[in-house]
Design a protein around this ligand. Sequence first.
Ligand SMILES: NC(=O)c1ccc[n+]([C@@H]2O[C@H](COP(=O)([O-])OP(=O)(O)OC[C@H]3O[C@@H](n4cnc5c(N)ncnc54)[C@H](OP(=O)(O)O)[C@@H]3O)[C@@H](O)[C@H]2O)c1
Length: 242
Amino acid sequence: MHRPYIVCHMVTSIDGKVTGEFLSRPECEAATEIYYEMNREYKAHGSGGFICGRVTMEGSFTGGWYPDLSAYQPVSKCLGHDRDCWFDDAADAKYFAIAFDPKGRLGWKTNVIEDSDPGYGGAMIIEVLTEQVDPRYLAYLEEKRISYFFAGKTEIDVPLALQILRDRLTPTFYVLEGGSIINGHFLHADCVDEISLVGAPITADKDAKPLFTDGDIFDFKLTHAEQKNGALVTRYVRAREE
Ligand SMILES: NC(=O)c1ccc[n+]([C@@H]2O[C@H](COP(=O)([O-])OP(=O)(O)OC[C@H]3O[C@@H](n4cnc5c(N)ncnc54)[C@H](OP(=O)(O)O)[C@@H]3O)[C@@H](O)[C@H]2O)c1
C-alpha cells in the first residue's frame, strides 16, 4: 500500500452521529476527554498527525479568520510536481495537521497549530488544495511558510493526496478526525483502514450528520470493545483480503 495507514477516530452519539449539539452536552464530556486522550496516545505510538476537513479545522483552530488577499500577488499555478510548495520547516517536522481545504478558505496565522493540547499544538500545517484556489492564497501561504500541494481540480482526490503525503513526508500513519464529509470521502475511496469510536451515552438532534456522509459497503473486524467512564470505546480494522 503506497499510502499512509488511516485510522478514523471520532466521538459518536448512540445513534452514530458525529456533529451537532450533543457534542457540547455534559453527557458527552467524558467521551470527549477519552477521545483527546486517545489522540495523544496515537501520537505517542507514532501517528504522523491528524487530517481534518475545512469545516472542522475552521471550528477547532482558525475560528473563521481570513486574510485580506488583495495584499498579495497571485502565484502562477503550473501543472505537475512544480505546483507543490514545501518548506524546510515541513520536511524537518514529525507531526502534522493536514487540512483538506479545496478552495483555500482557511486563514492560519502561523504555520503550526496553536493549542494547549499536545495532541494538537505544534503540529505543522499542510494545506491540501484543488485548482479552485485563488492564486493569491498561495502567496499568503508562502508568506506564512505553510506547505501546500494540489490533489485534484474541484474535489480532492483522496488516494492521490495520501500518496503525495507518503512520498513527501516520513509518517506512515495518520488519524482522520472528521467531520462527516471528509470521512465520507475517505470511506468512499476505501482509504479507511481502521475505525476508532468513542460512543457517548446520548442521542443526537435530527440535523446531526452520520459518521460518513458518503461511502459504500466495506467490511471491518471488531478488534476492541471497552466500557470506559460511561463511554463505549470500540475499534474496527478493515477486513482486507491478503
Ligand atoms: N464527533 C467528532 O469526533 C468530531 C470530530 C471532528 C469534527 N466534528 C464535527 O464535524 C463538524 C464538521 O463536519 P462536516 O462534515 O460539516 O465538515 P468537514 O468534514 O469537517 O469539512 C468538509 C469540508 O472539507 C472539504 N473537503 C473535505 N474532503 C474533501 C474532498 N475529498 N474534496 C473536496 N473537499 C473536501 C470541503 O471544503 P469546502 O466546503 O471548502 O469545499 C468540505 O465541505 C463540526 O461541527 C465538528 O464539530 C466532530
